[in-house]
Design a protein around this ligand. Structure first.
Ligand code: PLP
Length: 605
């Protein structure tokens, strides 16, 4: 390792990441989703490959040299982790599958031994589901209760409220160091000190911190500290739980199996000491080696400089995005990490559409609830678009994002204006609608009728677009065969979605809300009055792309017999028209949820 830290040279850093090399021709990839997972430098990829090719053997178990070499590398990586976070000793650093695995370990093992009915666990509104659900499970099992630290409108924890929540009943405070959804950097040293003063322990979810600032678990006095390799330029499926020795030693084992025992007999088993006691079974050896290499790579840089670079980039990104009309940045904490969450309010554009349209321009950002549904609820949104920064990002990336966003909003504005114009429906406007939904579609409003008014009258459920779902699907497949690539298919879907029959607000009820979507989706399905074996449905979404999918589904299923809907293979159809490759799983899950509802109704028929 060099004795003096390397300066942050963005171009040199970027050149170390093969992914960017692979996407360097034409329009280079702009990757702004490092809060979800960072890319890996060659050093990490090579270390894992070298291990897999030439050094692999199981660890801790054999006398032969290959195994001893693997064991040495594994334990060296543990020492690297300990130095990286300034743990008192490597044995306090347990390898887990990631932050989620680490928090579950504490919630299950420490929770089982320590939580009683009436005890309290304090979490915060900013938490990732990984730092909520394990505690809910532990609370359910023990009778403990969960209290939640609120936030202010800037996305900062309300520390006065936190102090009020602390009591002699508080057993543990579990908060993140940095919010993945808003970027807020929490004053964890203070939070830990207050927890200790109240006689409670503190667990810090460091998933979003460790790659961006120096971590010193002893200076923080953290009782537990969790993080993941894949947000630290390392591999997926590997993470760390730091715990103070005395606490770990007092905890019962989490999982039982090989390597975590001292002696096993049917009359009783004794357990190994730290760290093996909490690493049952063959671990993710190559992941550990990759994590060690990632930490070595990052440690060649000075965290002061990392922070200066990333903060300057964050300031620039804020400066570029904030003035774009219609963009509203969520999370304006005074201390923020390189995360910008935003929503588009004017014209209203679902985060899913923002993400999809940026992707069409070679820009990867994250959209959705970021596994922070309680936080989204507090912010009054169902999702945000999130750009997150890492050392390989530059001002050029930010410029590409800001320019693309401005262009997308401008186009959305033009579309919205055109749509408003089209609402004064004339005969010409009705033609494409009948193509989409079938010439006998009862969705087509009467001539001259304003679509907004349609919402006020008896909802117009679309009639069958073809003789059977299969016939409708064949016709759609023929149309799609003429569309050469994903961008043209995307535009076509948006067009279809714009011509969806309106869904009256009275049908947008909680009961008609479809869960499992990145966007908000409502679906109202019914048996056709007077023709009970026929299913018809109306649906709507705040995301244009999902409205396009709804249009396809409606054309296939609405007005068709229950039996034919049940027999139709929707998955196979999306595969056939080539959308499978471009629509993310969660978007498909939304579709899947709609299909499941239709099929459930069809089964009851
Ligand atoms: N905590 C925070 C703050 C996160 O951002 C994440 C991942 O996004 C997690 C926990 C879960 O991490 P993992 O999926 O690596 O276990």
């Amino acid at each position: 390792m060099p004795t003096s830290p390397m300066p942050i040279d963005h171009t040199a850093i970027r050149a170390e990441f093969p992914l960017f090399e692979a996407h360097s021709s034409g329009r280079p990839l702009v990757f702004l989703d490092s809060a979800a997972s960072t890319q890996q430098p060659s050093r990490v990829i090579d270390a894992v490959a070298e291990y897999q090719r030439h050094q692999h053997a199981n660890i801790h178990r054999a006398v032969y040299q290959l195994s001893q070499g693997a064991t040495r590398r594994y334990e060296e990586a543990r020492a690297t982790v300990a130095r990286f976070i300034n743990a008192a000793e490597p044995a306090e650093c347990l390898f887990t599958s990631g932050t989620t695995g680490s928090i579950n370990l504490v919630a299950a093992a420490w929770g089982r031994a320590n939580l009683q009915p009436g005890d309290e666990i304090i979490l915060s509104t900013l938490e990732h589901h990984s730092n909520i659900v394990p505690w809910q499970l532990a609370a359910e099992a023990s009778g403990a209760r969960i209290k939640v630290i609120p936030i202010n409108d800037a996305g900062e924890l309300d520390l006065a409220a936190y102090r009020r929540l602390l009591s002699p009943r508080t057993r543990l405070v579990a908060v993140n160091h940095v919010s993945n959804a808003l970027g807020t950097i929490n004053p964890v040293r203070e939070i830990i000190a207050e927890a200790h003063a109240a006689g409670a322990l503190a667990l810090i979810d460091g998933a979003q911190w460790v790659a961006h600032g120096r971590t010193d678990v002893q200076a923080l006095d953290a009782d537990f500290y969790a993080f993941s390799g894949h947000k630290l330029y390392g591999p997926t499926g590997i993470g760390v739980l730091y715990g103070k020795r005395a606490l770990l030693e007092a905890m019962p084992p989490y999982q039982g199996g090989g390597d975590m025992i001292e002696r096993v007999s049917f009359t009783g088993t004794t357990y190994a000491g730290l760290p093996s006691r909490f690493e049952a079974g063959t671990p993710n050896i190559s992941g550990v080696i990759g994590l060690g290499a990632a930490i070595d790579w990052l440690s060649e840089r000075d965290f002061e400089q990392v922070s200066v670079y990333e903060q300057a980039l964050l300031a620039y990104a804020t400066e570029r995005l904030a003035p774009i009309p219609g963009v509203e940045i969520k999370g304006r904490a005074a201390r923020k990490s390189g995360v910008i969450s935003f929503v588009v309010t004017d014209p209203p554009l679902a985060s899913l559409d923002v993400g999809t349209q940026l992707d069409l321009r070679g820009i990867s950002i994250r959209t959705g609830h970021h596994c922070c549904q309680p936080l989204m609820e507090r912010l009054g949104v169902s999702s945000t678009a999130r750009a997150s920064l890492a050392l390989y990002n530059s001002r050029d990336d930010v410029d590409r994002l800001a320019d693309a966003l401005a262009e997308i909003l401008q186009q959305a504005g033009l579309r919205a204006a055109a749509r408003a114009g089209r609402l004064q429906v004339d005969q010409a406007d009705l033609a494409p609608r009948s193509q989409v939904f079938g010439s006998n579609s009862s969705a087509a409003p009467a001539d001259g009728m304003n679509l907004n008014e349609v919402a006020g009258v008896e909802p117009a459920y679309p009639a069958a677009a073809a003789d059977s779902p299969q016939a409708a699907a064949d016709a759609i497949a023929e149309d799609f065969a003429l569309l050469p690539d994903w961008p043209t298919r995307h535009d076509y879907l948006i067009e279809l979605g714009e011509r969806l029959p309106p869904m009256p607000p009275s049908l947008k009820t909680e009961a008609n809300l479809v869960r499992g979507c990145q966007s908000t989706v409502y679906l109202a399905a019914r048996r056709k009055p007077g023709s009970e074996a026929v299913i018809e449905f109306l649906a709507d979404s705040d995301a244009a792309i999902v409205r396009g999918l709804i249009a396809l589904l409606q054309r296939i299923c609405s007005g068709q017999s229950a039996a034919s809907i049940l027999a139709f293979d929707v998955d196979g159809f999306f595969d056939r028209i080539g959308l499978d490759a471009n629509l993310s799983l969660s978007r498909r899950n939304g579709l899947e949820a709609m299909v499941q509802r239709l099929k459930a109704l069809a089964r009851e028929t």
